[in-house]
Design a protein around this ligand. Structure first.
Ligand code: ZN
Length: 867
């Protein structure tokens, strides 16, 4: 699953360590019975938001049993029979554990049986189980149905053994309106018209797979498709949207053969659909159901009128991510949720690797550094956790979809690939795929295969980085003949286990030299590198390592002096380490400011965007402080000349990365209340209101964002009208989010008030509150706490324990900590408090930086009026 929680995760980091448990403490079903095949037949009543179903499950009873326990949530059973066993069992539901226990009068002998259950369930309003998404069309309101089961919501659709290791085959039959298109994992095997304008659609039998990968969707859809290597690849959209589907179809057609080559395994199903649903989730953007990947529209569709360069990249990498799961996750699946990183870390790494193959001009490995940085922020504070952490139950499993799992996961895999070499790594992955196809694994299965194909065993390094939390700190000191590296732990607060030790693969090179040296630094054994006299060393050259680098004063000054001569990846590394080391007091905060002041046109757009992003983040922390004016003057001195060069309008044939920089600069200048930029955006908005074609997708996004942030009541009302009247759900979503971004407090409150009305589609409403939290975290959190029941009803179960802490995490007000504590005690179960703990750590950290580092910056600025 592609998590949107990552967006929060970057801000978030934790204090109440949740109770962790061993495998024996897992809340799982008894092992006396396993499923082999499910034959499901169901009929949704979309208008009533209910459905009826019947399932015949081929099961194997392994030992004499008087009970069969399986998962079921929000289902009622009308008839239960077990083949060859006379009499119906009694049924007892446990709503807390989401199970149904069937008790038989006489014990059942071991052997194979068919368990038949007739049942009924609910169609939900949010993405859990079978759910409905409503949208407007010229012909009136429509409703489409979809399913979302990861991690543990298949049990809302059918009684089943809802655990990833209990793989089985599935045959699905649905009775739907004759005019609708129905989609599932497999192609349609048979169709039959019924009375009352209905039809029965039977899908071909699926391969053996986990229950969380089953999918069904139905609605007034259209499909565009293409044969790729013998696979029918399609994009399924609501009627009228096929033009917006072409971009994703092209991407999928590129990527499928690449993956077949990389994994050394044919895509195993006859078809692959990418299915678009209107609206959004607070928890995810897309889901890798085997053969029928579900996406919320904004992660799949490209509308040239409104989509930005960033949107195109986002769609491409999301398609690449979900398609990687078709092998890594779907064909080979983690045995239990503590191995979820194996799915998500790998797919997150592969999204960069495969996309980079087709779009090298996007420089995605530079972008991957921002993803690593997001993970490091969390990983340096209380509330972080090892990549592989014990997961007791489905609540903890929900929380595992976080930045450590995705972003640290991808960064560690990248480091390991770099360490073994690309060919050896791929050979190991191929062997792993071959050995475990249609099966389940634990992480050590992958390490074992990589150890066999790699010249240097990876297990030891891999264990150090996956089984313990935190970030190694490599200290670099000058020696007589070169440099010495020692290893320590980097923490942003004092909660880390300071004695942690890693074997850290390090690449070191001298600035301007071709040769690089590879070595291993560990706590017990410092690494020494010889250097030519006068050489400037770059440690973590290329920045594929997962660690922070702290140079001694002399080396630091040498690097700063040659900053502009470094490769973009190393400039980014120095800026990111500089910020983290400065914020946390390892080196003067002003080191990074001095680097940022060296930003000049001609440097890589990602580097310049990083500088702009750092200035924006600091300006937020300066809110309400007297030093803000001087800091803004510094920010404008650094960024103003860059923006003059980049300009408002894209030049024909310009580097596509420049449009990303333009968006970032405009965003930051807007945050700095730059009056020229705000006035120019307003002018363009006036033109846009007369003619909506007057702005390109990228510019439209920036102009609307600036105008919305600085809106007065009249402008806000205009944007509100645009939201209400937007025809496409992509546009509607965008306008509602904009309403939440107003800096005017009364307008932000009006946006929050909208959350409680029926005006915006239900899946968009929580996103409005999240948008408000960007500028007013405390206000958005107070609102969510005050309207707990109403907000909770809008959220899918998977995001309920994370949503409100995510809103608060942007705060730097210590008073918020007490409020969050009260909220957590009242509303969040003890096993699901990791997000709350991370939010506490983030707020504490922001307050510390504000209190300790900003005064340091104030003093530096007094001495550096000119750069
Ligand atoms: Zn994923």
């Amino acid at each position: 699953m592609k998590s949107l929680a990552i967006a929060f995760g970057i801000l978030i980091a934790c204090a109440l360590q949740p109770a962790l448990a061993q495998a024996s403490q897992r809340v799982v079903l008894p092992d006396n019975v396993t499923p082999l095949h499910y034959e499901i037949s169901f009929t949704p009543d979309a208008a009533a938001k209910t459905f009826t179903g019947s399932v015949k499950i081929d099961i194997e009873v392994h030992r004499q049993s008087s009970e069969i326990k399986l998962n079921a949530a929000d289902l009622t059973f009308s008839r239960v029979t077990l083949s060859t066993v006379a009499g119906a069992p009694t049924v007892a539901f446990d709503p807390a554990l989401e199970t149904a226990t069937l008790a038989f009068a006489t014990p059942i002998a071991p052997g194979r049986y068919v368990l038949s259950i007739d049942y009924a369930g609910k169609i939900n309003d949010n993405a859990a189980g079978l759910f409905a998404l409503d949208y407007d069309t010229a012909g009136g309101a429509k409703r489409a149905l979809f399913t979302q089961f990861e991690n543990s919501d298949a049990r809302r659709f059918l009684p089943c053994w809802d655990e990833p290791a209990l793989k089985a085959t599935f045959t699905l039959t649905a009775t739907v309106p004759g005019g609708e298109m129905a989609v599932s994992n497999m192609p349609i095997a048979a169709q039959q018209a019924l009375a009352d304008g209905l039809k029965r659609v039977q899908f071909a039998e699926s391969p053996k797979m986990s229950s969380y990968l089953l999918f069904f969707g139905s609605g007034d859809f259209e499909r565009v498709s293409r044969m790729v290597n013998g696979v029918d690849v399609g994009v399924v959209v609501k009627r009228g949207d096929t033009a917006q589907a072409q971009y994703a179809l092209d991407a999928a057609a590129h990527i499928l053969p690449y993956y077949e080559g990389y994994f050394g395994a044919k895509y195993p199903l006859p078809k692959l659909d990418l299915v678009a649903g209107p609206g959004q989730s607070q928890f995810f953007g897309a889901m890798e159901n085997w053969g029928a990947i579900f996406f919320f529209e904004r992660d799949l569709l490209i509308d040239p009128r409104i989509s930005t360069e960033g949107d195109k990249r986002g769609v491409y990498v999301t398609v690449a991510h979900e398609m990687a799961h078709q092998w890594f996750g779907d064909l080979v699946t983690m045995e239990w949720w503590d191995g979820i990183w194996l799915n998500e870390g790998f797919a997150s790494w592969m999204e960069y690797k495969s996309t980079n193959q087709f779009h090298p001009e996007w420089n995605l490995w530079l972008r991957a550094q921002a993803s690593k940085e997001g993970a490091m922020r969390t990983d340096a504070r209380a509330g972080t956790h090892p990549i592989i952490q014990p997961i007791v139950d489905v609540l903890q499993a929900n929380e595992a979809f976080d930045t450590i799992t995705y972003s640290k996961g991808q960064a560690v895999i990248r480091m390991l690939e770099n360490y073994t070499g690309e060919d050896a790594f791929r050979a190991g992955v191929r062997a792993y795929m071959k050995a475990h196809a249609y099966g389940n694994t634990v992480t050590d299965d992958l390490w074992a295969d990589l150890d066999k194909t790699s010249a240097t065993p990876v297990s030891n390094v891999a264990h150090d980085f996956t089984l313990q939390a935190g970030i190694p700190l490599i200290r670099v000191t000058s020696t007589r003949h070169g440099i010495r590296l020692t290893q320590d732990r980097f923490t942003a607060d004092d909660t880390g286990n300071a004695s942690a030790s890693w074997r850290v693969p390090v690449i070191e090179k001298a600035l301007g030299a071709k040769a690089e040296w590879r070595g291993m630094a560990s706590r017990d054994k410092p690494a020494d590198f010889a250097l030519p006299k006068g050489a400037v060393p770059i440690v973590n050259a290329g920045q594929a390592g997962y660690f922070r680098t702290l140079y001694d004063k002399t080396l630091s000054a040498k690097l700063a002096a040659r900053f502009r001569a470094l490769a973009p990846a190393d400039q980014l590394g120095l800026l990111n380490d500089g910020r983290a080391l400065g914020y946390s007091g390892y080196q003067p905060m002003t080191n990074v400011l001095a680097l940022m002041a060296q930003a000049r046109t001609g440097m890589h757009p990602y580097v310049l965007a990083n500088v702009a992003g750092q200035i924006e983040a600091l300006d937020r922390l300066y809110r309400g402080l007297p030093g803000r004016t001087a800091f803004r003057a510094y920010g404008l001195r650094v960024l103003g000349p860059l923006f003059v060069q980049v300009g408002w309008k894209a030049r024909p044939g310009e580097d596509p990365n420049l449009s990303q920089l333009r968006s970032q600069l405009l965003d930051t200048l807007s945050q700095l209340d730059d009056s020229a930029v705000i006035a120019a955006a307003r002018q363009r908005f006036v033109a846009y209101m007369k003619n909506s074609d007057s702005l390109s997708g990228d510019l439209r996004d920036s102009v609307l964002s600036i105008v919305a942030a600085h809106a007065d009541a009249t402008t806000w009302d205009q944007l509100h009208a645009l939201a209400r009247n937007a025809k496409s759900s992509l546009e509607k979503h965008q306008f509602y989010i904009l309403l939440g971004s107003a800096h005017d407090r009364a307008l932000a409150q009006r946006a929050l008030d909208l959350v409680l009305t029926d005006e915006a589609p239900v899946t968009m409403r929580p996103a409005i509150a999240a948008s408000v939290s960007d500028y007013y975290p405390d206000m958005a959190f107070d609102f969510a706490a005050a309207h707990f029941d109403a907000i909770n009803a809008m959220l899918e179960p998977d995001s309920r324990n994370e949503f409100a802490p995510g809103l608060a995490a942007g705060s730097f007000d210590p008073a918020t900590l007490a409020k969050l504590q009260v909220y957590t005690e009242a509303h969040i179960p003890p096993t699901a408090r990791q997000s709350a703990v991370k939010a506490v750590a983030t707020i504490t950290y922001s307050a510390m930086v504000r209190g300790k580092r900003l005064p340091e910056i104030d003093r530096w600025l007094k001495g550096h009026r000119r750069r």
